[in-house]
Design a protein around this ligand. Structure first.
Ligand code: KG4
Ligand code: ZN
Length: 348
């Protein structure tokens, strides 16, 4: 029997009910139930619908994770849960379930930060995390650049989006082009049949003046508006919209800015490892552009496989296991679900 801790992680910050089981750095199970189909007709996540779906999925997802890992709840050494940030009603379901398990099993509880979990998950795939590293987290809910000195205690935010998240921009542009929700994978696919230089879409917050105040921040709402105007102009002139070209040129504008700013932050802070996480990290162009440009600066890029990039329970278990291994004090049973938990609070 291994003496590494067996940690059960619960994630319910948005529309995925995730339950993961991790022993040390080894992934044993990653069960995810998504309510994404229930939100599709609304073009975005409906909080009340997500909360209800978490309630229904929680117990079956825990059972599925245990079955896959071949363990019983009695074997678990600690419970970790996403305390925030996220949708408060959705977070509450996970936090309540984790507290119940902690009390019922008499095992320590770790209430952790969702963003730090997106960073910690990478070690399930690529081994111990290089620290310090620069983490770029890009999803439907967040776009942040983080300097990670110690994933269990020291995460410093360098920048984030000042309007839409990167994934949100993908979803909104996909909608404009008549592609289904969530739009990211559809834009990624459509872009393969188009040209990334067909349309010169704006790169947000990259002018010299903007860089003075927002060197490591992002803005995607101007880009989204530019795409909307371009498509409208085409439609009103009766010409067909070249979906592939719009998708490829839009995707290039997003990836160009993300990679440029992430590498600028690495160079500025003297960090040699860039980690990319969150749903948008699954984007094929983002991965290839980051690798191509990072190589020129001698910077290594780590991107977890797509299933670990999107929200899941294994990432929470991974961070929980790291808390146990590094001897961090567990949380108390009165921890809240904090929808706007700052990234500097890695453990509640
Ligand atoms: O991390 P995630 O599953 O959930 C949160 O938003 O927290 O990320 C979902 C987001 C959606 O906006 C989706 O469109 C985007 O990630 N996404 C992608 C790709 N796959 C998922 N965006 C661009 N390219 C992709 N291949
Ligand atoms: Zn996330």
């Amino acid at each position: 029997m291994s003496d590494e801790p067996l940690v059960l992680g619960i994630e319910t910050s948005c529309d995925e009910t995730g339950v993961g089981l991790v022993r040390g750095h080894t992934l044993l199970a990653d069960a995810v139930a998504s309510s994404v189909d229930e939100h599709a007709r609304f073009g975005g996540v409906v909080p009340e619908v997500a909360s209800r779906a978490h309630l229904e999925a929680m117990v079956p997802t825990i059972e599925r994770a245990c079955e896959t890992a071949g363990v019983s709840l009695g074997d678990v050494d600690a419970i970790a849960v996403t305390s925030g940030p996220g949708l408060v009603g959705a977070l509450l379901v996970g936090v309540a379930a984790a507290k119940a398990l902690s009390v019922g099993l008499d095992k320590p509880l770790y209430g952790v930060n969702h963003l730090a979990s997106h960073v910690a998950v990478d070690q399930l795939e690529h081994g111990p995390l290089p620290e310090p590293c620069l983490a770029m987290l890009v999803s439907g809910g967040h776009s942040s650049l983080l300097l990670v000195e110690d994933v269990t205690t020291g995460v410093e935010p360098l920048g984030s989006t000042i309007d839409d998240a990167a994934g949100e921009a993908f979803d909104k542009v996909a909608r404009l082009l008549g592609l289904p929700f969530p739009g990211g994978p559809h834009i990624d696919r459509a872009a393969r049949s188009g040209s990334s230089v067909a349309i010169d879409f704006p790169r947000g917050l990259t002018s010299r003046r903007d860089l003075e105040r927002h060197r490591f921040d992002f803005s995607f709402s101007g880009l989204k508006t530019a795409v909307a105007r371009w498509v409208e102009a085409r439609e009103s002139s009766g010409e067909p919209v070249p979906v592939g070209d719009v998708a490829a040129s839009f995707q290039e504008a997003v990836c160009d800015v993300l990679v440029r700013k992430a590498l600028d932050a690495c160079v500025d802070r003297g960090v040699e490892d860039l980690l990319i996480g969150g749903g948008v990290a699954a984007n094929s162009r983002l991965r290839s552009l980051a690798e191509e440009r990072a190589a020129k600066h001698g910077i290594r890029v780590r991107v977890p496989r797509p299933g670990l990039c999107t929200d899941n329970g294994a990432m929470v278990a991974a961070l929980g296991a790291e808390m146990v291994v590094r001897g961090r004090e567990p949380s108390t049973l009165d921890i809240p679900a904090d929808s706007s938990l700052p990234v500097t609070e890695v453990l509640l």
